[in-house]
Design a protein around this ligand. Structure first.
Ligand SMILES: Nc1ncnc2c1ncn2[C@@H]1O[C@H](COP(=O)(O)OP(=O)(O)OP(=O)(O)O)[C@@H](O)[C@H]1O
Length: 247
């Protein structure tokens, strides 16, 4: 069986710091996989290695069975992989709509199109669909920098879904988002997953959010995988409880 994502024996060392130390896992088509673990256990480093922001010290990443280790983020974008960042990446001086169009251009990798081709290429219509879907209509023409933090997080998530990605990696999408917006974000992600069959990996510290959104959870501790399973089993796993309480 071909997995959407297959990470094998991945390691990333920073000098003597073994940030990721031999991690293997797979992500299946249409799955929402949670990635949790105490601060500093290597989650973001793992994401950065998968997404080409960092070169792994060892190990392999496959997308749909194809080895993609060492590809640049823009090349992965073109293969249908997109992400959100723990720290927001919206352009504060551009409007909500312009941010979405720019994200669509990035995902399509259309540098040449951006310079010489049709500027729109259907992206304005797609941006407006995304604005309506994430309930951001009243903010469409406002500069992103003027939005509340929670609204910017929603925009950031919406940007990751421009151009219909195959796999989206979300790094702490719920961090700093208020309860109403959190419910909206979770519902939007569930609908995208259900209706478009999109596959997600979600790093998140908000346990209620992870446990209610994800079908399977991978737990990391000190650069390694500590446990893996459905939320109900992970909640009650003594090793997981210990890893969290021990910090
Ligand atoms: N560029 C770097 N250079 C040196 N050490 C790094 C670098 N990036 C991360 N680390 C170290 O690697 C380890 C894992 O960090 P990472 O940010 O991946 O953890 P995390 O699980 O994402 O943490 P958090 O939940 O706080 O975001 C930490 O000890 C961190 O200090």
């Amino acid at each position: 069986m071909t997995h959407v994502l297959e990470v094998s024996s991945l390691k990333k060392y920073f000098g003597g710091v073994k940030a990721v130390d031999g991690v293997s896992f797979t992500v299946e088509e249409g799955e929402i996989l949670g990635l949790i673990g105490p601060n500093g256990c290597g989650k973001s480093t793992l994401f950065n290695c998968i997404l080409g922001q960092l070169t792994p010290t060892e190990g392999e990443v496959k997308l749909d069975g194809r080895v993609v280790t060492g590809l640049y983020p823009a090349q992965l974008n073109r293969l249908g992989v997109s992400r959100t960042f723990q720290l927001l990446q919206v352009f504060p001086n551009l409007s909500v709509r312009e941010n979405l169009i720019l994200a669509g251009q990035e995902h399509k990798g259309s540098m040449i199109g951006r310079l010489f081709g049709a500027r729109d290429a259907g992206l304005t219509a797609e941006a407006d669909r995304m604005i309506a879907f994430f309930k951001l209509e009243h903010l469409a023409d406002q500069k992103a920098g003027g939005l509340s933090y929670g609204q910017q997080k929603l925009l950031d998530a919406a940007m990751a879904f421009m151009a219909g990605p195959r796999l989206v990696l979300l790094d702490e999408p719920a961090g700093g988002v208020n309860l109403t917006m959190l419910a909206n974000l979770k519902e939007r992600l569930q609908i995208i997953n259900r209706e478009l069959g999109a596959t997600f990996v979600v790093i998140e510290h908000n346990m209620d959010f992870v446990m209610s959104l994800c079908s399977r959870v991978v737990v990391m501790a000190e650069g390694k995988i500590l446990a893996e399973g459905p939320p109900s089993a992970i909640r009650n796993d003594p090793a997981v409880i210990e890893a969290y309480l021990g910090h």
